[in-house]
Design a protein around this ligand. Structure first.
Ligand SMILES: CC(C)(COP(=O)(O)OP(=O)(O)OC[C@H]1O[C@@H](n2cnc3c(N)ncnc32)[C@H](O)[C@@H]1OP(=O)(O)O)[C@@H](O)C(=O)NCCC(=O)NCCS
Length: 167
């Protein structure tokens, strides 16, 4: 039987699946970048209950659905840094490790971009940790322009993050 892959709005019932993707892809992406204790804390805060309330609140949240298995998600909305003149922001974009490198990140990104434009935000930002080489390469390949650098604190340590602009 053929696997049906769709990108759709998150709905109630997706919270467990999104939390599982979040957990696996954050561990995979940030181990060795974000100090372990902080990383575990950040993951623990984002369990199924957190995602369920995000879905109920109506946050902009798209999922990659493989025959009812969630393989990735993206959340986006209004840019949180008003001094940067870009209307929108992709807050998060994560593909489960087993589905990475197959073009799904690009598909989710394009779906979020289209939805942001429909909301009146044709220009938007995405932040990534500069040590997250895969994400940096991904956003550069998609045509992102590096427009800002900032530091973020993780417990006792700091890391550099960079903003990519798309317009
Ligand atoms: C970054 C991420 C969203 C990319 O999605 P993906 O489905 O794996 O990427 P795609 O298959 O669409 O790849 C698109 C391009 O990104 C770049 N890229 C993807 N994976 C890469 C890797 N491991 N190393 C270097 N470049 C990579 C390539 O330029 C690739 O184009 P190519 O296949 O023509 O070479 C995904 O790998 C992911 O979720 N990673 C972990 C979490 C993360 O870092 N999220 C972003 C946080 S800001």
């Amino acid at each position: 039987m053929e696997t049906v892959i769709t990108i759709r709005n998150a709905r109630e019932g997706d919270a467990e699946g999104i939390a599982a993707v979040h957990d696996a892809s954050w561990r995979d992406a940030y181990r060795g970048i974000i100090p372990g204790r902080e990383l575990e804390r950040m993951i623990a805060r984002r369990g199924p209950c957190w995602w369920q309330s995000a879905i109920i609140r109506g946050s902009r949240l798209l999922v990659l659905d493989f025959d009812e298995t969630i393989g990735g998600y993206t959340s986006y909305g209004r840019n949180r840094v008003p001094s940067l003149r870009y209307g929108g922001e992709i807050f998060e974009l994560y593909i489960a490790p087993e589905f990475q490198g197959l073009g799904f990140g690009t598909r989710l990104f394009e779906a979020a971009r289209k939805d942001l434009a429909e909301y009146g935000y044709p220009s938007f930002l995405v932040w990534a940790l500069s040590d997250n080489e895969r994400a940096v390469q991904f956003y550069l390949k998609l045509g992102g322009r590096l427009v800002r650098q900032a530091t973020e604190r993780f417990g006792p340590e700091t890391r550099t993050r960079v903003a990519f602009a798309f317009q």
